[in-house]
Design a protein around this ligand. Structure first.
Ligand code: SAM
Length: 184
């Protein structure tokens, strides 16, 4: 990891609560997973200021992949873009401004992802999942943050993904709780 990226991550950790970022441990884990999966088409739902995006883009440098990231708050998206560019990731990401469900519904049928992080409106996780299913490649990895910290709000999502025979799911005891699902 280059020094600008490492310093930026450390700086962003000072405002982690204001921007609802994933934990450092979760960021590092997502980075590892993308490399293990050799993921090339990553989708993030909930960009915020780009903290988790930076972790994922760092891994995508290794896999030569691309990040598509959705955020509905323009000021946060603009901060994220600055962070991405400052750390040398210009051209490696597509920021989309808008409401996640509307954006996913508008994806062409041939738009496919091999890795997804769901980390926006907790009550919409289950709808995100249903809309995303046709866009997940075989062997895709689907992660959802805050499944322990916001269990009541995400319970419908957990019920849906755990009972879905097309997916194998485990909840990891990372800070906030990360559900990881493997598309069979
Ligand atoms: C938990 S934060 C994302 C944190 C980010 N993944 C990180 O770790 O750095 C959730 C973000 O999703 C955005 N958001 C919430 N509901 C949304 C929706 N329906 N569509 C798009 N973005 C949404 C919020 O504005 C917020 O910036």
């Amino acid at each position: 990891m280059n020094k600008i990226l490492s310093d930026t991550l450390t700086e962003l950790e000072k405002t982690q609560k204001d921007f609802w970022n994933v934990s450092r441990a979760t960021g590092n884990f997502l980075n590892m997973l993308i490399k293990i999966r050799n993921a090339k088409n990553v989708l993030e739902i909930g960009t915020s200021n780009g903290y988790s995006g930076l972790w994922m883009l760092d891994a995508l440098k290794t896999t030569k992949g691309h990040l598509t990231t959705i955020e509905y708050y323009d000021k946060r998206q603009s901060i994220a873009r600055n962070n991405f560019d400052k750390c040398g990731f210009a051209g490696m990401y597509t920021p989309i401004l808008g409401s996640a469900c509307d954006i996913i519904e508008g994806f062409d049928s041939d738009k496919k992802f091999d890795f997804v992080l769901i980390d926006a409106n907790k009550r919409e996780y289950v709808k995100n999942f249903e809309l995303l299913k046709p866009h997940l490649l075989p062997n895709a990895i689907l992660c959802a943050d805050n499944v322990n910290s916001h269990r009541e709000k995400v319970q419908t999502y957990l019920d849906a993904v755990i009972s879905d025979e097309g997916f194998q799911t485990e909840i990891l005891d990372l800070p906030a709780g990360l559900a990881i699902s493997y598309k069979l």
